[in-house]
Design a protein around this ligand. Structure first.
Ligand SMILES: [Cu+2]
Length: 177
């Protein structure tokens, strides 16, 4: 019995020493179903926390071909068909100044446009340094108390027009809670 305890202690200290020296980041990931205006699943959205931002992966089908504006919205709620339940864009300060090509922009929900192929599919992985999953680095947290959503709009984002780059209505929404 004494010997068992001693071995257990050694094992614990060995695990602790590995944990203390490890430089590998454990994957901290959240995902949601991408819902269309028809209320059906059109794919999956996955967000992984990274040391200086988040990785966003979208695997989608049955969307309208062409370029679409896309943003992180402030609430983890996707009620079809209009998805207004997702609220405005994720932000830390007001007024929210939108646009990746706008000087002094403050819109933390800004993302590049999504291209949907002629067969209606989109498969992409991209990176945003404007947000975090839990608030790291002072960047707004996607997984705050009311979550967030990834919204795909009808039209492309011109990255300068206020308040959403002329991206128009909301075609699809994935709640991230
Ligand atoms: Cu938007």
């Amino acid at each position: 019995m004494y010997s068992f305890s001693r071995n257990t202690l050694s094992l614990i200290s060995l695990v602790l020493s590995f944990a203390g020296t490890s430089q590998v980041y454990a994957a901290d990931t959240t995902s949601g179903t991408l819902m269309g205006t028809d209320g059906k699943s059109h794919g999956t959205v996955t967000v992984t926390d990274a040391p200086k931002g988040v990785l966003l992966r979208i695997v989608a089908e049955d969307l309208t071909p062409g370029w679409h504006g896309m943003h992180f919205h402030e609430k983890g709620s996707c009620t079809p068909p209009k998805f207004t339940s997702a609220g405005g864009h994720v932000h830390a300060v007001t007024p929210v100044v939108h646009g990746l090509l706008t000087p002094n922009a403050t819109d933390a929900g800004d993302l590049p446009n999504l291209y949907v192929a002629k067969d209606g599919t989109a498969t992409v992985e991209l990176y945003s340094t404007l947000v975090s999953l839990h608030g790291a680095g002072g960047r707004p947290a996607l997984k705050d108390t009311d979550g967030s959503a990834l919204v795909i709009h009808t039209s492309p984002d011109d990255y300068v027009s206020q308040p959403i780059g002329g991206a128009g209505a909301r075609d699809a929404c994935a709640a991230l809670n």
